[in-house]
Design a protein around this ligand. Structure first.
Ligand code: CA
Length: 233
């Protein structure tokens, strides 16, 4: 049971989502406009938001960005039409955690929501601190430093970095990364993964000072590998 925000101007889809999600015990606030969504988010912290990108008043990407700023801990899932594919990348960069392309099956949405909420609810079990060269990932504290400089990461970026660092030096397949970080088996596009890797590279690369960020190598057709520094860990 969770507090959900549904932002959807289409009456049919909005009503179906709201009715369906309530039937599974969730509390749902249905907003039909971007302004309505931002107002709702000003007064209440949601566990997860479903955001249609094509809204009548505000640009969906802008709504995404502002929701993320207001509710850093909320899972943001974009609902997009096929024609809005380009917006997916922009939306992920604006702070969305995931996306679903319309039309989708309600069961798929429900499974995705369940996976996200489960992951958010699970406390980090280990005290592990991972070290790869100048990079230190404190898993228990959810804190990342590079050469002593803290690197602020979003939830999924942190989990992706941790997953790659656990197997530093080894190839990790896209399927494994999607399953471990997003709890999902993707058929088709995995833009979510690529955008998050790009964000990691950018954030680690932006750290000032002499520390070298660990290189994340793209393995075409397979996945990614975090390189060990020369001379081992
Ligand atoms: Ca719409």
């Amino acid at each position: 049971m969770a507090d959900l925000l549904v932002v959807e101007d289409d009456e049919t889809i909005g009503a179906a989502l709201t009715t369906g999600l309530r039937a599974y015990g969730h509390a749902v606030s249905w907003q039909r406009t971007g302004r309505g969504a931002l107002d709702a988010a000003a007064g209440r912290v949601f566990d997860l938001a479903l955001l249609d990108l094509g809204l009548p008043d505000l640009d969906g990407i802008e709504v995404c960005r502002r929701l993320r700023a207001r509710q850093p801990g909320t899972v943001l899932m974009m609902l997009t039409a096929r024609s809005e594919e380009m917006d997916v990348v922009v939306g992920l960069e604006a702070g969305a955690d995931d996306y679903l392309t319309k039309p989708f099956r309600f069961g798929e949405l429900l499974a995705r929501i369940r996976a996200h909420l489960r992951r958010n609810a699970v406390p980090v079990p280990s005290q592990t601190v991972l070290t790869v060269g100048d990079l230190v990932v404190d898993v228990a504290a959810r804190r990342v430093t590079l050469g002593g400089v803290e690197v602020p990461l979003r939830t999924k970026e942190f989990e992706l970095l941790t997953r790659l660092a656990v197997d530093a030096g080894a190839a990790v397949s896209r399927d494994t990364l999607m399953a471990d970080v997003w709890d999902a088996h993707w058929y088709g596009s995995t833009k979510t993964l690529d955008v998050h890797v790009a964000a990691l590279r950018r954030k680690l690369g932006a750290v000032p000072g002499p520390a070298g960020p660990p290189q994340v190598t793209t393995l075409r057709g397979h996945g990614y590998r975090m390189e060990l520094p020369r001379g081992g860990r």
